[in-house]
Structures are given as structure tokens and as C-alpha cells.
Write a protein that binds this ligand. Structure first.
Ligand code: AMP
Ligand code: ZN
Length: 486
């Protein structure tokens, strides 16, 4: 009797995420079906991008890519902070215009993204949104959530917003280490600056309450809502941003729009560590991306960064990078051999019992890969499934030339690569351009044979090509033109 199905096809699991808000695992359901609106905090461009930045940006890139793989249309916004104390200080130290500092390091940051194959959809810059920021602050003043201090600085009145601290679980005024004069002019020590009044030697913009420049947090509330609306799905960044940055972003946005939640899912990456400490400029232990890329290459760096869960800490050391390099080579080599096999063999017309059990194993790994990725984007687990798949490819599929199991393994490798993007993919059949190059080569060889008066072989090539539908036209002077006749 005919038995079906011969293999068990997996259901793809629903996606779950750990929301920093409430620290709970939740089923992922975007506010608008099919569309995911995502905002991540980008860099302050005052120095070279380091591996800590790469850690966070690659993590969100993988999250975005997985959501795309699962059929969502993802819109990803990541800001560039191009005006800030750090930029002004650096410009003053070097005696150059602050815009020069921004130019240099923004280029470096964009170059890093390109190398790491990270595509951000919208990349707004603070200085291009000053009017929007002023209007937002004006709105907060009018709604009674912000006040203008005597200096002309504007502060958010934290006491007016009743949910402050709910995201970070922190509301500790003693953490607000600030200069005396700032403390004196605020109503409460934990009120934060929306607008910083101008000081001599600093760039400024005109605002209704006096000249100055935006505070840090306000830019993200303004630029996220400008492109994504007053409520959106994912807000991300490194764990260091939960407090005060994200707590403040949330307070001012919910106050302004009067809607809750401003953000449905808050996602935060674990730190990149080096010798037991967080990699950061202030600790003086950074490894600049440009240097690391020269040593390891961007693909190995991507592979290494995704070998840990995005919330976990990850350590920078040679052993971990070497391991990533080895894994990458194994996966790349399995992919190439598999592709070669699939192109070379004729698909069989049936499926043996032995191959069926290998196919079943591939499908089990397919399911496992998606289970890991759906479980709060666990790239570490997903990678382990793929390394097992590599074993199955090498041990069972290639040695036995199993076509059907091979096709499924190939599809799983491609899904893996849609997220990890570490192997150079080739289409299963050679591209037209490659075929054309091959024909050119054969025609050249034939011309050479004719030049050497080896007409028998030259004619044989001509006849064989003709059989394949490739016609050659020889012109006087030795020139040959070819065309495909169907
Ligand atoms: P910054 O240059 O401090 O403005 O940081 C830009 C982004 O990189 C933020 O999302 C930070 O949380 C993240 N980031 C900076 N250093 C690290 C690190 N060592 N590990 C993980 N993320 C980091
Ligand atoms: Zn931000």
C-alpha cells in the first residue's frame, strides 16, 4: 500500500522575543500585520567605529534579516548623532571645525556597515532634523512636560510623567552626576536636557527660547517617530542605553504623543568584552573595526559576532575568532561541494529508503534552525544546527550523491546565509554571463588552432558547437563571431 507522507515536513514556529520592558518572553506580533518598524540607536561620530559598535549593529542586522526571511516587510531606521559634546570637544582639541570630525568618522562608520553587509533603510542625521526637534520640544513645553530654565536650556520635567523608571527599573537621582550650575537650574536633579543653551565656542541653532543645540535623547524620539510613526514595533541598542537614554526617550515620546506603548518590543544587546571589561572608548580598550577587519576579514567577524546570542556578552580573543574562521571555512566548503554536486549529477527519478532517512535528518535540522531563530533570535543555537547540517552534507549527501536530500540541505544553507550572510552564493545554474565567457574562450582556442593550421580540430569544435546550437561565422582576416540559434 502507498504510504504518504514519506517525510515529516516541519511547521515553522511562531517568533518569540524577550522584551526588556517587563523582562518577559512575548510572542512577536507587530502593530500592523506584515510590517515591522524598527529603530536602533546609531553612533556618535567622533571617533573610529570599534568592534563594540559592530557587535550591536550586526546583531540587529541579523534580527532584521530573520524577520525578512519570515516574510515581514521590515523598515529599519538608525540615526547618526552628528552634534554632541564629544564631537565639539574633539574638534576643539584638534583645532578643526566640528563638521570635519563628523565627516571623517561618519565615512568610517558607513564603510564599516558596507563591509559588514549591513543595510540600513533610513539613516537620519540630527543636524538635518533641528526644526523637527524644536517643534517637538515646543510641544512638550506646551503640554506642561518641559520647562525653560533661566540659561535658555530646556528640561524634561520627570515628575510630570508618571511611568518614569518602568523600562530600566531604575530611578536613582544619585546617578545624575552633573555640573553644579546645571543641577542648580533644574527643578529636580534627574530632569534631563532637551535643549542645551549656547556656550561660547559651540555651534548653535536659533530656537524660540534662545540659541543652542539639542540634548542627546530628544533626537531619537523625533527621528524614530518622523519615519516610523508615534508607535512602532522594535527599539534596539546596546544594554548601556537602557538607562538613562531609552528611559528618557520613552518618557518624552509617551508624554508628547499621549500613547502607550510608544515601543512594543525593547531589545538590547549584550556587551562586547575584552579581557573581562566592556569594550569602550572611555576605558581605552577599543579594537578599531578597520584594524580587526584587516586581520580577520569582515565575514569572519560577522560569523564570530553571530556565534553568541545577541543578549549575551561576547569576548574578543584570538581563539574565538579562529574558531569562527574554521566554522566559516567548513560551511563555505560544504556549500561549494554541494552546489557542485547538484550541478553535476542528473536528478534521480526516485528516492531510496536510505536517502529518505537523510532527508528526514535535514528537515529535522531545518526545523531546529528555525526553532532557535524564533526563540528570541538565538543565532548561537542556529549556527550549531548548521554545523550539524555540514556533517550530514559531508558524511551522507556528498558521498552518496543524494540529490533530493542535497536540494533540501542547499535550501537550508541559503536560509542560514540569508541571516548570517557569510558565504558568497552562486546561482545553482551558471549565469548567462559565465556561459558567454566560456563560449568566448572556446572560440578563442579554435581561432588559435586555425592560426596554427590545425584545421581538423578547429572544424570539430565548430561542428560540436553547432550541435549545441552555437553557430560560428568566420570572417576574412581570422575574426570569428558567434551566435546562439535556437
Ligand atoms: P556609542 O558610540 O556609545 O554612541 O554607541 C553606539 C551603539 O553601539 C550603541 O547602541 C551602543 O550601545 C553600542 N555599543 C558601544 N559599545 C559597545 C560594546 N562594547 N558592546 C556592545 N554594544 C556597544
Ligand atoms: Zn537613541
Amino acid at each position: 500500500m502507498f504510504k504518504a507522507p514519506i517525510v515529516e515536513w516541519p511547521d515553522l514556529p511562531e517568533i518569540k522575543v524577550r522584551n526588556t520592558f517587563g523582562n518577559r518572553i512575548e510572542v512577536f506580533k507587530p502593530l500592523k500585520p506584515g510590517i515591522v518598524r524598527m529603530y536602533t540607536c546609531g553612533p556618535t561620530v567622533y571617533d573610529y567605529s570599534h568592534l563594540g559598535h559592530a557587535r550591536t549593529y550586526v546583531a540587529f542586522d541579523a534580527i532584521k534579516r530573520y524577520l525578512v526571511l519570515r516574510g515581514y516587510n521590515v523598515i529599519h531606521v538608525q540615526n547618526i548623532t552628528d552634534i554632541d559634546d564629544k564631537i565639539i570637544n574633539k574638534a576643539n582639541e584638534q583645532g578643526v571645525d566640528w563638521r570635519e570630525i563628523v565627516d571623517t568618522y561618519m565615512k568610517d562608520y558607513l564603510e564599516m556597515l558596507k563591509k559588514l553587509r549591513i543595510k540600513i533603510d533610513i539613516h537620519p542625521r540630527v543636524t538635518e532634523h533641528i526644526n523637527d526637534i524644536i517643534e517637538f520640544i515646543q510641544g512638550l513645553i506646551e503640554k506642561g512636560y518641559a520647562y525653560v530654565a533661566p540659561s535658555g536650556s530646556v528640561y524634561f520635567d520627570v515628575e510630570k510623567y508618571d511611568d518614569y523608571g518602568a523600562l530600566s527599573g531604575r530611578f536613582s537621582p544619585e546617578e545624575w552626576r552633573q555640573e553644579e550650575d546645571v543641577l542648580r537650574e533644574k527643578k529636580h536633579p534627574y530632569d534631563f536636557a532637551l535643549w542645551k543653551a549656547w556656550k561660547p565656542g559651540e555651534p548653535y541653532w536659533e530656537a524660540p527660547w534662545g540659541k543652542g543645540r539639542p540634548g542627546w535623547h530628544i533626537e531619537c524620539s523625533v527621528m524614530s517617530s518622523k519615519y516610523l510613526g508615534p508607535q512602532f514595533d522594535i527599539h534596539g541598542g546596546g544594554q548601556d542605553l537602557i538607562f538613562p537614554h531609552h528611559e528618557n526617550e520613552r518618557a518624552q515620546s509617551e508624554a508628547y504623543f499621549g500613547k502607550k506603548p510608544w515601543v512594543k518590543y525593547w531589545l538590547h544587546t549584550g556587551y562586547l568584552m575584552i579581557s573581562g571589561e566592556k569594550m569602550s572608548k572611555s576605558l581605552g580598550n577599543i579594537v578599531v573595526f578597520r584594524e580587526a577587519e584587516k586581520k580577520w576579514g569582515a565575514k569572519t567577524l560577522r560569523m564570530w559576532l553571530l556565534s553568541a546570542h545577541y543578549r549575551a556578552q561576547i569576548d574578543y580573543n584570538d581563539d574565538a575568532l579562529t574558531q569562527a574562521q574554521t566554522n566559516l571555512k567548513r560551511i563555505e566548503s560544504a556549500y561549494k561541494s554541494l552546489l557542485h554536486m547538484l550541478e553535476a549529477i542528473t536528478p534521480p527519478g526516485s528516492l531510496s529508503e536510505k536517502e529518505t532517512s537523510v532527508l528526514q535528518e535535514v528537515l529535522r535540522l531545518y526545523k531546529e534552525f528555525h526553532e532557535y531563530m524564533s526563540d528570541d533570535f538565538n543565532t548561537a543555537g542556529a549556527l550549531a544546527s548548521i554545523l550539524q547540517l555540514v556533517r550530514v552534507i559531508n558524511r551522507d549527501i556528498l558521498t552518496n550523491e543524494y540529490f533530493t536530500a542535497g536540494i533540501m540541505a542547499y535550501k537550508l544553507l541559503r536560509e542560514f546565509n540569508a541571516v548570517f550572510d557569510v558565504i558568497e552564493e552562486k546561482p545553482l545554474m551558471p549565469a548567462e554571463e559565465e556561459v558567454n565567457r566560456l563560449i568566448e574562450l572556446i572560440v578563442k582556442v579554435r581561432s588559435e588552432l586555425r592560426a596554427r593550421k590545425e584545421y581538423d580540430l578547429a572544424d570539430w569544435i565548430r561542428a560540436e558547437l553547432s550541435r549545441l546550437g552555437i553557430k560560428l561565422l568566420d570572417y576574412p582576416g581570422g575574426k570569428t563571431v558567434w551566435r546562439i540559434e535556437k
